[in-house]
Design a protein around this ligand. Structure first.
Ligand code: NAD
Length: 357
């Protein structure tokens, strides 16, 4: 039977959910709740039910799912009240601003028959799925460095994202996606977090950030989000013991350079003169020892416009019906929020934090 959802917060992302859900069979957006009257007018013109009070949604038996797409500081209360009222809940990222808040939610979730998930939609990005394939198919051997970056140049932070009280800043905004992706790639514990969080333009929140995460199995990851970068780094740079991979941009231009098995370069003892000066270590590697491979093909079905939403919501509906396991769980989200908390602490103290997350 078709499930009915209500969207709390009908701004940029609330609209995105409504559009995306139009492609999801078995789910319909019935109504919205937003604190701005002009937004409610717009929703009415789209033939959506506008709720005057949040409590009216909780009391509406027609509603199965509450989708929360409000600014980051207001998620917790909506999640808890909705779960307590027996609604299933989808919440935007970052699910909460602290580990304690998420633990409070998980306590309610434990005693509830409802399902709760977090919209970590970037797990289905093409670039990320390529990286997953590179790891899974051992295309660069054992990875030891991952560099994951989102470099923008818009400089200013829009609306509530510029305010601390709303949970603004780039660590919560994009950092949460990049960290979630890393924790999907490497399931071993994070053992150290070092963060440099700059507010280059914002008065209150971080707008240009770099993190170094270390994992128990030896992988180190650089995470960077910039809003003031006019010459971007590649989206991904991956170093493994038998290859290097690069994904340049959102269009997923890139390549893999892989060592050819058993072809070791031989150097004689003399110093080598290169463009870098006299150096054997940095001399160009003989081309015969390397092969270039294209990035793995992970193109989603072009007929599906909102690919990530279709996978995400189909999984949520199937979980509610007992046919699948939830793809994004609060147990996973709490690791992400713990890393974020460690990053704030590292930045405050001015040194790295040892941890076991
Ligand atoms: P937005 O400002 O465009 O929209 C927020 C809406 O919520 C506004 O219409 C506002 O009037 C309403 N609102 C504010 N406080 C409210 C409250 N207490 N109760 C009800 N309504 C309230 O913001 P946005 O960019 O849509 O971001 C919303 C959420 O979505 C944030 O948590 C953000 O991090 C997340 N987000 C996720 C992605 C993603 O890719 N998953 C992308 C963008 C934003």
């Amino acid at each position: 039977m078709q499930k009915r959802a209500v969207i709390i917060g009908y701004g940029g992302m609330g609209n995105w959910h409504r559009n995306a859900i139009q492609e999801v069979e078995g789910l319909k957006v019935h109504g919205v709740f937003d604190i701005r009257q002009e937004i409610n007018q717009e929703a009415k013109s789209q033939h959506l039910t506008v709720y005057e009070k949040f409590e009216d949604i909780l009391n509406d038996e027609k509603i199965d799912i509450v989708i929360i797409a409000t600014p980051n500081d207001s998620h917790k209360n909506y999640i808890i009240k909705s779960l307590e009222a027996g609604k299933h809940v989808v919440c935007e990222k970052p699910v909460t601003l602290s580990v304690q808040d998420l633990e409070d939610i998980m306590e309610v979730e434990k005693n509830s028959d409802s399902f709760f998930t977090i919209h970590q939609n970037r797990r289905w990005d093409t670039d990320f799925r390529m990286v997953q394939q590179i790891f899974e198919n051992n295309l660069i051997g054992t990875p030891y460095f991952v560099e994951t970056r989102v470099n923008g140049s818009s400089v200013f932070l829009h609306g509530w994202r510029d305010f601390k009280i709303n949970g603004g800043g780039m660590l919560y905004d994009w950092g949460v996606h990049l960290i979630d992706q890393l924790l999907q790639l490497n399931k071993t514990p994070v053992t150290s977090v070092t963060a440099h969080l700059k507010n280059v333009f914002s008065e209150e929140v971080d707008d240009n950030i770099k993190l170094l995460l270390e994992f128990e199995d030896g992988l180190s990851a650089v995470v960077e989000v910039a809003t003031n970068c006019f010459i971007p780094f590649p989206r991904w740079h991956l170093s493994g013991n038998s290859g290097t991979a690069i994904i340049e941009n959102w269009q997923c231009d890139g390549r893999i350079m892989q060592l050819i098995d058993g072809t070791e370069p031989t150097w004689n003892n003399e110093i080598v003169y290169t463009a870098a000066g006299p150096t054997r270590t940095m001399a160009p590697r003989p081309k015969t020892t390397l092969q270039e491979l294209p990035l793995p093909e992970v193109t989603p079905d072009p007929a599906i416009k909102h690919y990530s939403a279709t996978v995400f919501y189909n999984n949520f509906l199937n979980t509610i019906e007992g046919k699948e396991k939830l793809l994004v769980t609060s147990k996973e989200a709490i690791r992400v929020i713990k890393v974020i908390e460690a990053a704030f602490e590292s930045n405050r103290l001015g040194h790295g934090i040892s941890c076991h997350i």
